[in-house]
Design a protein around this ligand. Structure first.
Ligand code: HEM
Length: 415
């Protein structure tokens, strides 16, 4: 069978989004900056150019929320009726450009700084032990349900002061907020997601009001009441936008790395041996898991002015997609890029958390969760295996993220 020419391929095809590796390699080799005639989008896929574009916020804008909005049905009366019950969506950190982005970010910075996050270590450790206590005698489990989903959900809920009793709702809201990224949207799905987003808004609007009137010493009070240079604190709509970003960014991505990381352990026993013999390798192992999983696989950018990237002309107003996942598997930067090697020595240069002014606000939290979480896992469990017939990890087609669908594992008890 003859291979399709690059120009005939739709890079946003759900099959390619779910399994992008071969196509990304082709892009890096044939056209690292590629104007796709099928979608009109400019795709940037090699390490050097992804870093350059991500670091150049003056030429490439993050004000891309209208692209996401464009993927829901236009002027659907039922949708409009649902949205009317909620709060207006406003652009804050991820979907804003400096100086507005800087303002929002500085208002949220404190609770996510490395020193604040370090204080969460005992809680993360307790949580990891609690989750493993539940499965340790079983020898097998659904890893998504047992650990990869509840760990980050409970962490971000704890940080935002959501009680355990509301946890199931919280995960549903997180999934609903992420629905607009999914490549297989249906009208029913979009309506249901919109209803859940409205519920989420009302739940937090009440909490925001209460923290504005009676501040406590929790993170939500910090976010809701902090102000910079004599400016007003954020209004309710701005707070809701920030909280929904924390919810989505804090859940889906970390879940993906816990899942893909576990799958890597279950398929590379020799690497498990290395880290169990020398646990000082765990932070490096986590960076390698982040590199290979890159849960925020790609992000939109809008070109602000006529420009050129690597000799390709890009006009003002063009839609671009920068492919962090592809950059992290660029052989020019990471030799044998598809190999899982916990001793790789240049992982400080992996870019799963992005680059430049939008570099992930939650990177210290995600790293802490992953390092502490995997340390506990490797102290208590070993001999990780995937059941026969389930060796390949499958992914959902998503425009921006790369979420695994499911993962069952078998293991032996250590402690
Ligand atoms: C493995 C976990 C995570 C990964 C791989 C990840 C990845 C990323 C990436 C690539 C960006 C930059 C997007 C761009 O350049 O347009 C980003 C931004 C962001 N992330 Fe994360 N993230 C993770 C966890 C978290 C967590 C735990 C939180 C917070 C609770 C968080 C909050 C944010 C926020 C608020 C932004 C926007 C920052 C801004 O635009 O100034 N992320 N993340």
């Amino acid at each position: 069978m003859t291979e399709q020419s690059l120009h005939e391929v739709n890079p946003l095809d759900p099959e390619i989004l779910a399994c992008p590796y071969a196509f990304n390699q082709r892009l890096r080799e044939e056209a690292p900056v590629y104007h796709c005639p099928v979608t009109g989008v400019y795709f940037v896929s090699d390490y050097a150019n992804v870093v350059d574009v991500a670091k150049n916020e003056k030429r490439f804008s993050n004000e891309f929320s209208m692209i996401q909005a464009g993927s829901t049905p236009p002027r659907d009366p039922e949708m409009e009726a649902i949205l009317k019950k909620g709060y207006r969506r406003v652009d804050t950190m991820l979907t804003a450009d400096p100086p507005r982005q800087r303002r929002y970010r500085s208002l949220c910075q404190k609770p996510f700084s490395a020193s604040s996050v370090a204080k969460l270590q005992p809680y993360i450790e307790t949580l990891a032990h609690e989750l493993i206590d539940e499965i340790i005698d079983r020898g097998q489990c659904n890893w998504m349900e047992a650990f990869a989903v509840p760990m980050p959900v409970r962490m971000i809920a704890y940080i935002l002061g959501v009680p355990l009793t509301d946890m199931a709702l919280f995960k549903e809201w997180s999934d609903a907020n992420v629905y607009s990224f999914s490549a297989g949207q249906t009208r029913e799905g979009a309506l249901r997601a919109a209803e859940l987003v409205v519920d989420f808004q009302h739940y937090f609007a009440e909490k925001i009001e209460s923290r504005k009137k009676n501040p406590t010493d929790d993170v939500l009070s910090d976010i809701v009441n902090s102000s910079a240079d004599g400016e007003h604190p954020m209004n309710t709509e701005e707070c809701l936008s920030v909280i929904s970003q924390l919810l989505v960014a804090g859940n889906e991505t970390t879940t993906s790395t816990f899942a893909e990381g576990m799958h890597l352990l279950a398929t590379h026993p020799e690497q498990v041996d290395l880290v169990q013999k020398d646990p000082r390798l765990i932070p490096n192992m986590v960076e390698e898991m982040l590199r290979l999983s890159t849960p925020t696989a790609q992000m939109w950018r809008i070109c602000r002015e006529d420009t050129e990237v690597s000799g390709v002309k890009i006009p003002a107003g063009a839609t671009m997609m920068i492919k962090f996942g592809s950059a992290n598997r660029d052989a020019g930067q990471f030799p044998e890029p598809d190999a899982f090697d916990v001793t790789r020595d240049n992982l400080k240069t992996q870019i799963a958390f992005g680059q430049g002014v939008h570099h992930c606000l939650g990177a210290p939290l995600a790293r802490q969760e992953l390092i502490v979480g995997f340390r506990v896992i490797l102290q208590r469990m070993t001999g990780f295996r995937v059941p026969k017939g389930q060796e390949t990890l499958e992914f959902m087609p998503s425009l921006l993220l790369h979420p695994p669908t499911d993962l069952n594992i078998e293991f032996d008890r250590l402690a």
